[in-house]
Each structure stands twice: as structure tokens, then as C-alpha cells.
Design a protein around this ligand. Structure first.
Ligand code: FAD
Length: 414
């Protein structure tokens, strides 16, 4: 493509990864972010080999190896007895199997790393206090209107504005996510009070009949990231920043193993959010506008792929825009390359809920049989191999792809 400017709404992990991928390919980029200060929530994020491969291709190999924590592997634990079994081996094995590492990060560190790389290429790439309120296609491109009354015009626009995306709403109207009947608790735990009781070099998954817990170390084991997903139908807010209390979280995990109670008691502020599921969209692009990351494929967290998919999107989008002179065609190619994979991941992730919350886990004898069956190494490879083995740098973007039809002008935003 004639390397013109690309506007991006949203400076989260997806928006910044896209900015970096595009700047590295010679595009000019302008990112519009609603926040007055850039940062991230206090939580961990797992970057699986499919995501780290992209970050390596974006020139960040040394940075991710320095900032990320190389997880040795994951074990399963039974919710009440604490009985342990192997879930998956990682460490060197991830590199051997996929050619890139499995790493965990503090989200703020990952975000800061991406921001630094973007600003090194274009110091004024990110404009703050720019909350997108509306968009309109124009003859030359796209007009973006902001809540401060200002506006900007860009030849091409990418909506990377997250789960409640304003750009998505402008293109396709409001959505109606379905509540799963499950909420998530998250928190960071300092290492000192749990050292010895909890593995601070690898991940764990605690499995129970109506809840499960995922933990993994970040910052080389100085902190443990904790997420508990609990069947509960009285909390409907889909926000990542609403605080609950330790007592309430303990109440949701009553009867769980003492190690679990110890972890929860050491979370300074546990946050809770309702898990809602969205059907994959039928289209992501209208004319010169497209979507990226949670804006177009928010997912339940059961495969840890939300950020990874956003990072994959960024590289495929940049490759498509490089290849085609016609931006509308490039965006359709991007969508054609990415929609089937992201739909499969979001659906598989939703299906995973009944595997990790299963009545067979209530009784220790049936639970052990269930874990041995469902987490047999071949089954684990079948479930995760296709997710981790994807290479956004080489996946086909032209041949063998049926392009989605262009969305009719009549349905374009006014
Ligand atoms: C606790 C937790 C743990 C997770 N763990 C994992 C994990 O282990 N692995 C994984 O792959 N994924 C994980 N995810 C999911 C992952 O974090 C998201 O999928 C990812 O952040 C999506 O990135 P994004 O850039 O699309 O959206 P976001 O990170 O939500 O960024 C959107 C950006 O757009 C900005 N914005 C929003 N609206 C506007 C507007 N109108 N105008 C301008 N700017 C706007 C926001 O301020 C924000 O900066 C986790 C999520 C949570 C909450």
C-alpha cells in the first residue's frame, strides 16, 4: 500500500502492538486514547508462544526475555484435597515445540514495553484525552469525533478500543453479550507470605465442581497473579476495575484447600467482574474502518488468549496493509485471515467452562479419573497445540482465502 497514515482508537495492548507493527513497516500512525494517563490494571497476563512469536517479530526479543517470567510448567490441583497432577510442561519444551517462549507478565510491564517501542519510532504517536464519540466515512477516509468537541481525519481507521468499543458500536450497533453465570476474581499476591506453600516458578490450575482458579508468577516470582472463576449469578458488571473484598472472595471459595484460603487472604484488593460471552461478529470492517483485539473478538479468559489474539491481529493487519494499495481490500483480507481463527478461539474458550467446572470434580475419586482423562497429555496437546502453534508472521493472507463481501454502503455509519 502507498504508506499513508493509519489512525488507531485505543492505546491498550492491541492498539500499541498494531501501532508498532505499522510503524516498523513504514506507515505513519496516530493513536487516540481516551485516558489522560497511560497505564494498565494491576494484573498478570500470559503470553503464549503464538503471542511471543509476534513480539519477537516486532523486534522485542530481548525485552520480553528480560521483563517476562519464563513459566516452567503448569500443574492441576484438586480444589479440596490439593492433589497435584501435571497439566502441561513449558519452559524449554515450549521453545522446542513452538519456536517461541511461554511467558507471563505484569500487564503494566507489557504495556510499558510496547509504548516505549512505539514512542522510539514516533515520539508523538499517542494522543491522550481523546475519547472517540463518533466516526463517519468521508470521501478521503474517516472522520473521528472526540468528546472534547475536536475531530480528526485519517485515511484508514482501526478501532482497538476494547470490549465496549465505541467504534464497533458505530459500525454495527449495540451488542448484547450473554452472562455466563460465572464471575471472575483477580488479584496480585506478594511472594513473601505464600512462599513455600505456592509454586512461584510455574502456573497452577485448581479445579472444582463450580469454580476454578488459575495462578502464575509475574516479575520473576516477586508476585503471584490469582484469578478465580466462580459460578455465581448475582454480579453482572463487566468492568475490570470494580473492587470486592477478601471476605466475599473467601465466601465464594468456602471449603477449598487451605492453600487457596492463604492465597485469597493475601490479596490486597480483589477485583471482580462478570464473565459475558459475545457471539463472533459477522464482519469487522466497513469501508476504510476495521476493528482489532477485544473490540471485535472479546473472549472468556479460559484459554488466556484475549491479548494474544490482539497481538496476532496487529501483525496480520500490518502485513495486509503492506501488501495492498487499496485499503478497503487490505482490511477485507485482514478480516478474512483473522475471523475464522478468532471465532474458533472464542468458541473453544466458552466451551472450556464446562470442562473446568464439572460435577465430576465434586468427589475426590471421580475427580481424579476426570482429571486423568481430560488432562491426559495427548488431549492437552490437541486442545492447545493449534492455539500456540499459529504464526501470524507467515499465515496466508492472500491465497486460498475467500474474502468476506464488502459491507454495503447503506449500513455504513452516518
Ligand atoms: C484480569 C485479566 C487477565 C487477563 N489475562 C489474559 C491472559 O493471560 N492472556 C491473554 O491473552 N489475555 C488476557 N486477558 C485479556 C486481555 O487483557 C485483553 O484481551 C486485551 O487487553 C485486549 O486488548 P485491547 O487492546 O483489544 O483492549 P484493551 O486492553 O481494553 O484496550 C483498549 C484501549 O482503548 C481505550 N479506549 C476505550 N474506549 C475508547 C474511546 N472511546 N476512545 C479512545 N480510547 C478508548 C482504553 O482506554 C484502552 O486503553 C486478561 C484480561 C483481564 C481483565
Amino acid at each position: 500500500m502507498n504508506k499513508s497514515r493509519i489512525g488507531i482508537v485505543g492505546a491498550g495492548i492491541g492498539g500499541l502492538a498494531a501501532a508498532l507493527a505499522l510503524l516498523r513497516r513504514g506507515f505513519d500512525v496516530q493513536v487516540y486514547e481516551q485516558a489522560s494517563e497511560l497505564g494498565e490494571i494491576g494484573a498478570g497476563v500470559q503470553i503464549t508462544p503464538n503471542g511471543s512469536k509476534v513480539l519477537m517479530e516486532l523486534g522485542l526479543t530481548d525485552e520480553i526475555m528480560a521483563i517476562g517470567t519464563r513459566t516452567q510448567g503448569k500443574d492441576n490441583y484438586l480444589w479440596n484435597t490439593g492433589q497435584k497432577s501435571t497439566f502441561m510442561q513449558l519452559g524449554d519444551r515450549a521453545n522446542e515445540q513452538y519456536g517461541s517462549p511461554y511467558l507471563t507478565f505484569h500487564r503494566a510491564d507489557l504495556h510499558a514495553m510496547l509504548l516505549k517501542a512505539v514512542l522510539a519510532l514516533k515520539p508523538d504517536a499517542v494522543l491522550l484525552d481523546k475519547r472517540c464519540d463518533g466516526i463517519a466515512q468521508t470521501a478521503a477516509g474517516v472522520q473521528i469525533r472526540f468528546s472534547d468537541g475536536s475531530s480528526a481525519e485519517e485515511p484508514v481507521l482501526v478501532g482497538a478500543d476494547g470490549i465496549h468499543s465505541r467504534v464497533r458500536q458505530a459500525l454495527f450497533g449495540p451488542d448484547s453479550p450473554e452472562f455466563t453465570g460465572c464471575i471472575a476474581w483477580r488479584g496480585l499476591i506478594p511472594a513473601a507470605p505464600i512462599e513455600g506453600a505456592v509454586n512461584l516458578r510455574g502456573g497452577s490450575m485448581w479445579l472444582g465442581p463450580t469454580a476454578h482458579i488459575v495462578t502464575y508468577p509475574v516479575r520473576q516470582g516477586a508476585l503471584l497473579n490469582f484469578i478465580a472463576m466462580v459460578d455465581r449469578d448475582d454480579w453482572l458488571s463487566e468492568s475490570w476495575t470494580e473492587a470486592g473484598t477478601v471476605e466475599e472472595c473467601l465466601g465464594d471459595l468456602a471449603g477449598w484447600h487451605p492453600t487457596v484460603q492463604l492465597m485469597v487472604r493475601n490479596i490486597a484488593i480483589p477485583y471482580k467482574w462478570a464473565l459475558r460471552v459475545r457471539e463472533p461478529l459477522d464482519a469487522w470492517s466497513v469501508g476504510r474502518i476495521t476493528l482489532l483485539g477485544d473490540a471485535c473478538h472479546s473472549t472468556l479468559p479460559f484459554l488466556s488468549q484475549g491479548a494474544n489474539m490482539a497481538i496476532e491481529d496487529s501483525l496480520v493487519l500490518a502485513r495486509c496493509l503492506c501488501q495492498d494499495d487499496e485499503p478497503e481490500l487490505a482490511l477485507r483480507r485482514y478480516e478474512a485471515a483473522r475471523r475464522p481463527r478468532t471465532a474458533r478461539i472464542t468458541r473453544t474458550s466458552a466451551e472450556q467452562l464446562r470442562r473446568v467446572h464439572n460435577p465430576e470434580l465434586a468427589d475426590p475419586a471421580s475427580a481424579q479419573r476426570y482429571i486423568e482423562r481430560e488432562w491426559a497429555s495427548q488431549r492437552v496437546d490437541d486442545r492447545y497445540g493449534w492455539v500456540y502453534g499459529y504464526d501470524a508472521g507467515t499465515v496466508a493472507i492472500t491465497q486460498g482465502l475467500e474474502l468476506p463481501p464488502a459491507v454495503a454502503p447503506a449500513s455504513r455509519p452516518a
